[in-house]
Design a protein around this ligand. Sequence first.
Ligand code: ZN
Length: 463
Amino acid sequence: MSFIFADAWLITMNERREVLEGASVCVEKDRIVAVGTRQDLQRRFQTAEIVDCTGRIVMPGMVNTHTHLFQTLLKGLGDDMVLKKWFTCMTGPSGVHLTPEDAHVAALHGCVESIRSGVTTLVDFMYVHTRPGMIKSVVEAFDQTGMRGFVCRGFISLGEEYGVPRELIEEPEHAIGDAREQMRRYNMAGARVQVGVAPNMIWAVDEKGYRLTRKLADEEHALITTHVAETTFELETAASRYGQTDTEFLSDIGFLGPDVLAAHCVHCKSHDIRILLHHNTKVAHNPCSNLYLASGCPPIPEMLLAGVTVGLASDGPASSNNHSLFQAMKFAALMQKGFHRDATVITAEKVLEMATIDGARAVGLEKEIGSIEAGKKADLIVIDYDNAFMTPIHHPVSAIVYSALGHEVSAVMIDGRFVMRDGVVSTVNEIAVRRQAQISADDLARRAGSDRFKKRPWRSMTI
Ligand SMILES: [Zn+2]
């Protein structure tokens, strides 16, 4: 099939960052083949179907560089809690009781949510493996919805003393062996969905776990993702265990590299940032989660000035309550401006780069996705700006980052296939997915004992 997205306000994100008015894009099969005028493209690609984009913005699909899709079932259960209670009373027990069926339903709903808010590539960090089949459940949800991305086989190898449920703890050899098996099953050349590996964080994974991860990634050429310096607790445990920051330790043992996507990095200091840059390690920035869990404000402007690649992310909905990258963009900009009391410290344009081309670079796919250019994969979204929120419109990037709410996305194409068109998700029955997600969420909360947070008393002030 070929399509011409005609007469759009086109945000290319190409090297020159061209924003073109009245521009058109032609897609053939899974690739973008040309950008030009409607007339020119119609002449060159006579059989292509015209998708009228008058009054619409066309831009690259967004890349969500960090989430935990299973947490889609946990929205709202962890509001206003200190981190330890959030983990020990809600997220941890939910993981223990999660079934592969729950993981599948959660991932389906999370992918639908992502598609609706213009995300075409997702990095899932799946650290619950209490029962076999968790990775398969998530990969199948990517397949069914048409999502592109990485399903990373996470693991926890210690941390009972910090409240990690014993059921979530695995021997690193076992976790890495399973990760290798999943990679060999799914990682065909050019596959839309790839399996990566994800040691959880410094206080929940031992040195052996990190070393085995590095070896596996080298052998299988797989993406690694891990949490780095998310909270002060990580720094405290790293200091007491290794006498270093987690970034320094991971560098010293040969773990860091260009294939590592470090989520959060909230408490990275200048020295840590130099280390990340030295290894060309990428950062997944989760502004909503960092604020929701009161983790802090990461030094994103310093990282950007240093030249570190920073992608944008939602984090799991247990700590951000949705998968909207529109919210992530706005929060990413506003948190830095407020924290630094400097409105010039980050721009709307940079935030949009983080959500698209920089996110693509963060996962090693910058040659394939992240911009609208001939030769790249046809991952693009259409935003209908003819609505109360985005108008009056003067500048499309400003309107997307600061005015849009996310529901303005009217069409999403991944790999040359419409996964949403005219506001309708076309790959799965969205209503059935939503109904099942509510049933599974209610049932999981009951089994995990976190349903008590559903009936919380009204609390105008701190608990
Ligand atoms: Zn996370």
